[in-house]
Design a protein around this ligand. Structure first.
Ligand code: DQA
Length: 152
């Protein structure tokens, strides 16, 4: 059976829909879960969609994904800019990794311009809001399919 795509969300993303909506949009985390699940289903994939405010829990889930996922989509939120632990966990994952941010981090404060996660990502989607999550699913599916096509 095809393994699911893990979609892992970091701190404060539980507040989506009420938090700084001019920056992050009106979609809630539940909306993102529903939209990504439907998008993945159309391509024959299930999703595992989670959010945590804890860095170590994100690390645990990334480690879990090594065995149980076909790809990882990650919005590590503020930990993107600070966490070498999350980078190291992602570097240990031999699967497609797509980084996503709702906002365009490059148009915001300079401390958001650098993401440790990017060094472990096959691709990065920023600034497209909730649609970016759907595009991340499309990218993850394409990366999984292209790896399968190359496999011996
Ligand atoms: C974010 C951007 C981060 O800089 C910020 O800390 C977040 C959300 C985004 O999705 O735009 O919490 O990852």
């Amino acid at each position: 059976m095809t393994k699911p795509i893990y979609i892992l969300n970091g701190p404060n993303l539980n507040l989506l829909g009420t938090r700084q909506t001019p920056i992050y949009g009106a979609a809630t985390l539940a909306d993102l879960d529903a939209r990504t699940s439907a998008r993945a289903k159309g391509a024959g994939f299930a999703t595992v969609f989670r959010q945590t405010n804890r860095e170590g829990e994100l690390v645990d889930w990334i480690q879990e994904a090594r065995e149980r996922a076909s790809a990882v989509i990650v919005n590590a939120a503020a930990y993107s800019h600070t966490s070498i632990a999350i980078l190291d966990a992602l570097l240990a994952v031999d699967l497609p990794v797509v980084e996503v941010h709702l906002s365009n981090i490059h148009r915001r404060e300079t401390f958001r311009h650098h993401s440790y996660v990017s060094a472990a990502a096959d691709g990065v989607i920023v600034g497209l809001g909730a649609q970016g999550y759907e595009l991340a699913v499309d990218a993850a599916v394409a990366l999984v399919q292209s790896r399968a096509a190359k496999a011996p």
